[in-house]
Design a binder for this molecule. Structure first.
Ligand code: HEC
Length: 191
């Protein structure tokens, strides 16, 4: 009798521990890992953008830099990630057509837009979506004052010309402070 009780208690305990472990390492682990890659890309782009904006307040230098180097920086960051992981940016209104959103990206971004409109949005609202064995981790990017120089409604004449020349299909203008500019998404495949 005693033996059976001891056994069942230890079975219960280990089942419990396993459940806790699954909860602790699965959803949390993927989210944290995704955030890490999102930060790597975010920091790489932001630090360069900041430096270039400082050098030349008109934004022309920074624009030239972004249009020439953003894709390469994204590739370089991805090269540092494990083979099962990726990180990229996208938007509902694109500048660079290579950053095109798919259906899931669009759905997540529309949810962010809705939450901004109804006042429930928080920039800390990271979304995790499971897609065919891959976890996608989304971080919203809000249009800040510094972004409006190249994405706002009052873009200087030379900058506006440069944007139209480099991106004839550009739709990433007309933003106001506080609107959703896009997302950074990390995709982590089961491994
Ligand atoms: C100096 C001009 C400039 C500034 C300032 C700027 N961007 Fe951009 N942005 C660009 C250019 C050029 C691209 C297209 C090249 C690329 O990144 O692939 C772009 C692309 C993007 C994209 C990728 C989606 C797309 O439309 O292609 C996002 C997201 C983005 N910008 C967000 C921001 C945010 C957020 C800020 C402010 C923190 C910002 N940008 C500030 C010039 C700028």
């Amino acid at each position: 009798m005693k033996k059976i009780i001891v056994l069942s208690i230890s079975a219960l305990l280990s089942a419990n521990l396993m459940a806790m472990d699954a909860n602790a390492t699965k959803p949390m682990g993927v989210k944290q890992e995704g955030i890490k890659y999102i930060k790597m890309l975010g920091m790489a782009l932001k630090s360069e953008l900041k430096a270039k904006m400082k050098e030349d307040k008109s934004g022309m230098g920074a624009f030239g830099f972004c249009s020439a180097k953003a894709e390469q920086i994204t590739k370089d960051v991805n090269a540092k990630l494990p083979s099962y992981a990726k990180v990229r940016r996208t938007s509902l209104k694109l500048r660079n057509p290579n950053n095109k959103a798919d259906e899931i990206d669009t759905k997540v971004m529309n949810e962010y837009v809705a939450s901004i409109q109804n006042g429930t949005f928080s920039p800390k609202n990271i979304k995790v979506v499971e897609v065919d064995g891959t976890s996608r981790v989304y971080k919203p990017l809000i249009a800040k004052k510094v972004c409006l120089k190249c994405h706002g409604s009052n873009i200087s004449e030379p900058l506006s010309k440069a944007i139209k020349t480099a991106y004839p299909q550009d739709r990433a203008i007309g933003y106001k402070e506080g609107e959703l500019r896009g997302v950074i998404v990390s995709e982590i495949a089961k491994h």
